[in-house]
Design a protein around this ligand. Structure first.
Ligand code: G3P
Ligand code: MG
Length: 225
């Protein structure tokens, strides 16, 4: 089963920072980051629409220029909010990157950066239109449809968007969902996994990957100390 570092293993590192993605890349198969656009136009790695929870600043990400974001510190560390480009440069080519598009209007830039990056990149989103935009920009960049309620409609969206993956939440992942996805030629990566027992149960369902907050949900994946 593949190990995907949720926000760069948010349970262990300051989420979506360069420190997190570099450390996570030492043992994960892939690193997931959340992406938004800041006021000066760059794509940046941050989960929430505002900077309040994870930085010492306040206000919407889209009202901060990159220069202003550089002045903020993430979760009481020296880390700052990185650009997507910096994240892609920080991950070695042997490790994948899952870019989660948190808002609309990012597809063209995300795909352009994905194409020129060394790591293998997959784009994911809860926004079906954004995945449609990614397919239009470059159908070769693999897509993943994210959802937190299992339904025939969610699977249909994923199939219609020619997704390579579905990313259901832990709560809604069932054996039937895994079977349907595999029958449609899609792999299944489940979020957010925090316990080894959860990973074991998902492995029994035939899940292909876990998007996890901690590396030790798959004990064999822990890096040498
Ligand atoms: O990509 C899976 C997961 O990251 C989706 O939820 O809110 O942690 O971005 P969230
Ligand atoms: Mg995410």
């Amino acid at each position: 089963m593949r190990l995907i570092a949720h926000r760069g293993f948010a349970g262990q590192h300051p989420e979506n920072t360069l420190r997190a993605v570099r450390s996570a890349a030492e043992c994960a198969d892939e690193v997931e980051v959340d992406v938004r656009r800041c006021d000066s136009g760059e794509l940046v790695a941050i989960h929430d629409a505002s900077v309040d929870r994870v930085t010492d600043g306040s206000g919407p990400v889209c009202r901060h220029s990159l220069a202003e974001l550089r002045d903020l510190r993430v979760l009481d560390t020296d880390e700052t909010v990185p650009t997507l480009e910096e994240v892609l440069d920080a991950v070695p080519p042997t490790v994948g990157v899952n870019i989660e598009l948190k808002e609309v209007g990012l597809a063209d830039d995300a795909v352009r950066l994905a194409r020129s990056a060394e790591p293998q990149v997959c784009v994911s989103s809860f926004h079906a239109n954004e995945l449609e935009g990614c397919r239009g920009a470059d159908c070769e960049v693999p897509r993943a449809y994210l959802f937190d309620e299992a339904s025939d409609q969610a699977m249909e969206f994923a199939r219609d968007l020619d997704c390579s993956f579905v990313h259901p939440s832990l709560d809604c992942c069932t054996e039937r969902l895994v079977g349907d996805a595999h029958a449609a030629g899609m792999s299944v990566n489940v979020w957010t996994v925090r316990e080894a027992t959860e990973a074991e149960q998902l492995a029994d369902l035939g899940v292909d990957g876990v998007i996890a907050d901690f590396a030790d949900v798959l004990p064999e994946a822990e890096p040498p100390r």
